[in-house]
Design a protein around this ligand. Structure first.
Ligand code: ADP
Ligand code: MG
Length: 559
């Protein structure tokens, strides 16, 4: 039997695990339990459509047992199990735990944090164990397999015996070092009980442990009772998922922990939206607005969508039908007892109830953002910095009421306020005499501010919206109006001012203009006098059609 080597990055992670600081170590149990729960989720989902599974929702469980003499801690599940190939691919390489793969590239120091914040899956067990044995039998297969490893040297996979489908993770706990009980504590019932309560309480399958109870011997006299110790299965977790609990009864820490753990994020979420709906469709939802742009957000590898449960059974990990595309950065969970369970995942796309939920969630998110905009402006600006682009795309792709609602969430830099403002704020400030909403585009605020064309408006104190993001100019162009007021470029063409001074051209002016036109030839369409300028002698303007900034954009994107 040949020992196989771990892939390089797995090796490095193993080193990290072994050397991680004390307080982090305990999260290994949460990781092992969450894998067991995921495996049960998969088989539980299969059992809905496949009678051969032979298990009902209530039959699934995770069991934990301790053998102090052998120094082993075992976590077993009756989930889907792994084939020999899966053992190799899932436990032999770290790549399956996508979160680590990306962060590894960011900084060396971030490493230790990763472990503390959300762990890195299966490998974390090497923080407390010096030898791990995995015995597993995959659903639908007859052969069971054993994976064994003592850490960095590699692992072996051999044939094994296991009656039922499922997996045992057998961790041989390290000997204590200088600190008494450093590792031996993981062989104590009470440690396991409290860790399950702390990290895995909301797991939706029972986590059971055979625990000793002292009971009166049945044949002992009542006046002189004698006691004996019997072992009974006890369920350690409450099994109430976070989204089933009232928002007022959940702490910020619980939400943060849940979000970071479940979605592999380092930072806590910016806000949590908890929805409990009854009516056309009954469902509960827990949505999170990230405080940072998710790692893979701007890549093809980003998987949008919410986790979808039906009465506690996970149907889908990334249900995209639950969110409009422009809210794809939102993370969360939806649980509805109303969804027909045995419809295929493809059919979900056309599910009427799903559409109702999705449209409600969209409204909830918009109203949460509006609330943030009015109650926590700084927070909103931070959000906008991260996800403003997505909102803009949303506005560009929507029409009617939805667009009207979304456009209230846009922010632009104001030339007079020197900060980000909303269109509503701009419109409310507009003097009677002002007909248009002025905007100007450029690469930076400074560049726009020094455009000669903006001089007249600035001199008059007229507010201009500075568009430094390409999408902003498209927005102004595509929205056309806001609150009945037209957008107008401050840079191109005429400003449409009622009292815009009309240039008086003398004979010599005309001669001069003709001379310039003749000299520049085809390079310009027209040379004319302008009153827009104050301290600058000349400026270029694009007249009708594409603005310069748009032209630059199209040139840049052309192959
Ligand atoms: P992640 O859970 O993020 O995928 P892990 O390192 O925790 O990463 O686990 C790696 C993979 O190993 C899992 O995705 C799963 O395929 C497999 N696995 C781990 N534990 C079990 C288990 N108890 N039953 C079935 N498969 C498991
Ligand atoms: Mg995991």
């Amino acid at each position: 039997m040949r020992k196989k080597q771990f892939k390089a990055e797995s090796k490095r992670l193993l080193d990290l695990m072994v050397n991680s600081i004390y307080t982090h170590k305990e999260i290994f149990l949460r990781e092992i339990i969450s894998n067991a729960s995921d495996a049960i989720d998969k088989l539980c989902y299969l059992s809905l459509t496949d009678d051969k599974v032979g298990l009902n929702r209530g039959d699934f469980a995770i069991t934990i047992s301790v053998d102090k003499d052998a120094r082993t801690l075992t976590v077993s599940d009756n989930g889907i199990g792994m084939s020999a190939d899966e053992l190799e691919n899932n436990l032999g390489v770290i790549a399956s735990s996508g979160s680590y793969k990306f962060r590894r590239e960011q900084s060396e120091d971030a490493d230790t944090d990763i472990i503390g914040q959300f762990g890195v899956g299966f490998y974390s067990a090497f923080m407390v164990a010096d030898h791990i044995t995995v015995v597993t039998k995959k659903y639908g297969e007859t052969q069971a397999w054993k994976w064994e490893s003592s850490g960095a040297e590699g692992y072996t996979v051999t044939e094994a015996e296991r009656d039922a489908v499922g997996t045992d993770i057998i961790m041989h706990i390290k000997e204590d070092g200088e600190e008494a009980g450093e590792f031996s504590r993981y062989l104590e019932d009470w440690t396991i009980k409290s860790l399950v309560k702390k990290y895995s309480d909301y797991i939706r399958f029972p986590i059971k442990m055979l625990l000793p109870h002292s009971v009166k011997k049945p044949d002992s006299p009542d006046d002189k009772p004698e006691y004996e110790t019997v072992y009974e299965w006890e369920t350690l977790n409450s099994m109430v998922p976070l989204w089933q609990r009232k928002k007022s009864e959940v702490t910020k820490e619980e939400y943060d922990e849940f979000y970071q753990q479940r979605f592999g994020e380092m930072a806590p979420p910016q806000s949590v939206i908890s929805v409990s709906a009854e009516g056309a469709v009954t469902y509960k939802a827990l949505l999170f607005l990230p405080s940072k742009v998710p790692n893979l957000y701007y890549t093809q590898d980003f998987k949008p969508g919410l986790q979808l449960y039906s009465a506690g059974v996970m149907i889908m990990d990334h249900c995209q039908e639950l969110l409009p595309e422009y809210f794809s950065f939102v993370r969360g969970v939806v649980d509805s007892p109303d969804l027909s369970l045995n419809i295929s995942r493809e059919l979900l796309q056309h599910d009427r109830q799903l559409k109702i939920i999705s449209s409600n969630l969209e409204k909830k998110i918009i109203s949460e953002l509006k609330k943030m905009l009015s109650d926590d402006r700084a927070g909103y600006e931070k959000f906008y910095e991260n996800f403003g682009r997505a909102l803009k795309v949303g506005v560009l792709n929507q029409f009617g009421e939805k667009r009207e609602s979304l456009q209230e969430l846009l922010l632009f830099y104001s030339s007079t306020e020197k900060k980000l403002v909303t269109l509503r704020e701009y419109a409310d400030r507009m003097p009677e005499s002002q007909k248009y909403i002025y905007y100007a585009a450029g690469d930076t605020l400074e560049a726009i501010d020094s455009l000669p064309q903006t001089e007249l408006l600035k001199e008059r104190g007229t507010e201009i919206l500075y568009c430094t993001d390409r999408a902003d100019e498209f927005l102004a162009d595509s929205l056309r109006t806001y609150d009945g007021k037209e957008f107008r470029s401050a840079v191109d063409g005429d400003l449409g001012l009622e009292d815009e001074p009309k240039p008086q051209e003398s004979e010599s002016d005309k001669e001069c203009l003709a001379f310039i036109k003749e000299t520049l030839g085809d390079r310009v369409d027209e040379v004319k006098a302008s009153q827009k300028l104050k301290s600058h002698p000349v400026c270029m303007t694009s007249g009708d059609g594409l603005t310069f900034e748009m032209e630059k954009y199209f040139q840049a994107v052309q192959p």
